[in-house]
Design a protein around this ligand. Structure first.
Ligand code: PGA
Length: 307
């Protein structure tokens, strides 16, 4: 194992996490032949196959699983070392790995931009993914902090609210319900609804509200992104509800926001880390920065531990 390089372990970890040579080579800005060659060398050094290909998907062998665990521990120790050096140097350098849920992509890059201007020596990586993948990654621990709209209940995490995340009902501006006051949920449920994919935090919140009144929603169409839903609304296919952050890039008046019972659903954005892994100094600095943002009634709230 002595001849194994960090680069090989880094490539191997990326393949294990992304389940694909192509995606790993894209993430690491390497060519596919380089990635394949490094994995071959690594597997020769270990003396056993690390991966097996089933159809298009790459799976870890038992030895591969042990190696990826060891690699992540090594990276985590090295990150800790980098942080302690950064601490001595007054936080001039360090690395921050963030993962944010789909809807957070409307504001997370702007916040990261501001943070990077404050701490130019800190290298920040942001990955945006859906709730299911984010939770799976949290269980594996590869990122420092996670941004999402609803902390998980089955993973032991520390979740801190930092900004309001109201869900509003959107319809096309010429919709018959536009401008009506206090539309009942029962009436709203008669409209064709456009819903995000199963597992989306937005969808869970909408379903919870209707279920609390004993009303069942029958989605007309399921779409995997807020942008697709917005286009479908404008094409007259139905109505939906989503975070008002998702409207940030639209022109005022492009959608009618309906005045409906129970809406806006009042929620928050949370910054979360696994309870078993206290945040690094850099991650702490980012959390402090988030809490200093325009964050309505969540401001200054104490950390709430979710089990
Ligand atoms: P989503 O999550 O993008 O998965 O819908 C956002 C949220 O929970 O508010």
């Amino acid at each position: 194992m002595r001849r194994t390089t960090f680069r090989q372990l880094e490539i191997f970890e990326a393949i294990a996490r992304l389940g694909s040579f192509t995606k790993a080579s894209e993430e690491l800005h390497l060519t596919q032949p380089t990635v394949s060659m490094q994995i071959k060398k690594l597997s020769d050094t270990v003396g056993a196959p690390l991966l097996e290909q089933v159809g298009k998907k790459v799976h870890l062998t038992d030895v591969g699983r042990d190696l990826v665990k060891a690699a992540r521990e090594i990276f985590s120790i090295l990150d800790g070392f980098t942080m302690s050096v950064a601490e001595r140097q007054g936080m001039k350098k360090g690395r921050l790995k963030l993962m944010a849920i789909t809807t957070a992509s409307y504001f997370a890059p702007r916040l990261l931009g501001e943070f990077s201007r404050l701490y130019p020596g800190i290298e920040v990586a942001l990955r945006v993914t859906n709730r299911e993948k984010l939770l799976a990654s949290m269980a594996d621990n590869p990122d420092d902090l996670y941004i999402l709209g609803q902390p998980p209940e089955d993973i032991d995490v520390v979740a801190t609210p930092f900004m309001e995340n109201p869900l509003v009902v959107l319809a096309p501006p010429d919709h018959p319900l536009a401008g009506k006051k206090k539309i009942s949920l029962k009436r709203l449920a008669q409209e064709p609804w456009l819903m995000r994919e199963a597992g989306s935090g937005t969808r869970i919140a909408i379903e919870k509200l209707f279920a609390s009144k004993g009303i069942e929603l029958h989605p007309r169409l399921e779409l995997g992104s807020n942008e697709a839903i917005k286009q479908a609304i404008l094409s007259g296919l139905g109505i939906s509800a989503m975070s008002n952050h998702a409207l940030a890039l639209d022109q005022a008046g492009q959608f009618a926001v309906l005045d409906a019972e129970g809406f806006p659903i009042r929620r928050h954005w949370y910054v979360v880390y696994p309870a078993a892994r206290p945040p690094s100094l850099v991650a702490r600095a980012f959390m402090d920065f988030l809490l200093g943002q325009e964050c309505g009634d969540a401001r200054g709230k104490k950390e709430g531990k979710r089990a």
